[in-house]
Design a protein around this ligand. Structure first.
Ligand code: SF4
Length: 227
């Protein structure tokens, strides 16, 4: 078990500093070339890997061009075009509905406020935060995905379980100018080292400050269970 810094603010800054050195090119891994493609890719990425989404959107973005194409698409055909993605039927419906709203209420443009984005079908706060950050350069919160959720708890940055509460805690302690990179650093570290089932604490740059570090058979603070 490592020893965390004295305050959660100091712990958060230490974590960001170290991960930044480790992953200097950390950024979003979804591929897109405009805001609508970004929105669609993020909707598709729920409960699915970015890698799989990128494979599927490669042909999807060639076939459909703009909100009108998606809004007018046949539900079954669009779902079939997404069939390697988890929950593809529901996601096809979200995309059609969202694009319909974008056409009717936003002149075909992806909106740029949290309220308008979260009114779109299938778009929660996490998706909206990603679209605001990467589509509009507006950083209004911290994207909390499964990696951010797990690492924040393991590292003692929060004891909350639900993403929106975790986000609120993190927004208190992570410096605002690092909110966006915090997410990508956690994702990179969560994929490379601090994996869900078998984190490689022996090869982790955060081991000496991590209260979940496995050294002495301690507890995984993400789950609350002993390792
Ligand atoms: S890999 Fe281990 S030491 Fe590193 S952050 Fe995850 S639980 Fe902590």
């Amino acid at each position: 078990m490592g020893t965390p810094r004295d305050s959660t603010q100091a712990q958060a800054e230490e974590v960001v500093d170290r991960l930044e050195d480790e992953y200097p090119d950390s950024t979003i891994s979804l591929r897109y070339s405009n805001r609508l493609e970004l929105l669609i890719a993020v909707i598709l990425s729920a409960q699915c890997t970015d890698e799989r989404v990128n494979q599927e959107t490669e042909h999807l973005f060639e076939k459909y061009d703009g909100a009108e194409d998606y809004a007018n698409a046949d539900q079954d055909e669009l779902a079939e075009d997404l069939n390697s993605i988890t929950y593809y039927n529901s996601k096809a419906e979200y995309i059609r509905d969202s694009c319909g709203t974008i056409l009717e209420e936003h002149d075909g443009e992806v909106p740029d406020t949290m309220d308008e984005l979260t009114e779109l079908s299938g778009v929660g706060r996490k998706t909206a935060n990603v679209v605001l950050q990467h589509g509009h350069d507006i950083v209004e919160g911290i994207v909390v995905d499964t990696h951010v959720q797990r690492l924040s708890r393991r590292l003692g940055l929060t004891e909350e379980e639900y993403p929106e509460r975790i986000e609120a805690d993190l927004m208190e302690i992570v410096p605002e100018d690092r909110w966006q990179e915090f997410t990508h650093l956690c994702i990179d570290h969560g994929r490379a080292v601090c994996t869900a089932q078998n984190p490689d604490c022996g090869d982790c740059v955060l081991a000496d400050v991590c209260p979940s570090e496995k050294g002495d058979g301690e507890v995984d603070l993400a789950s609350g269970d002993p390792w």
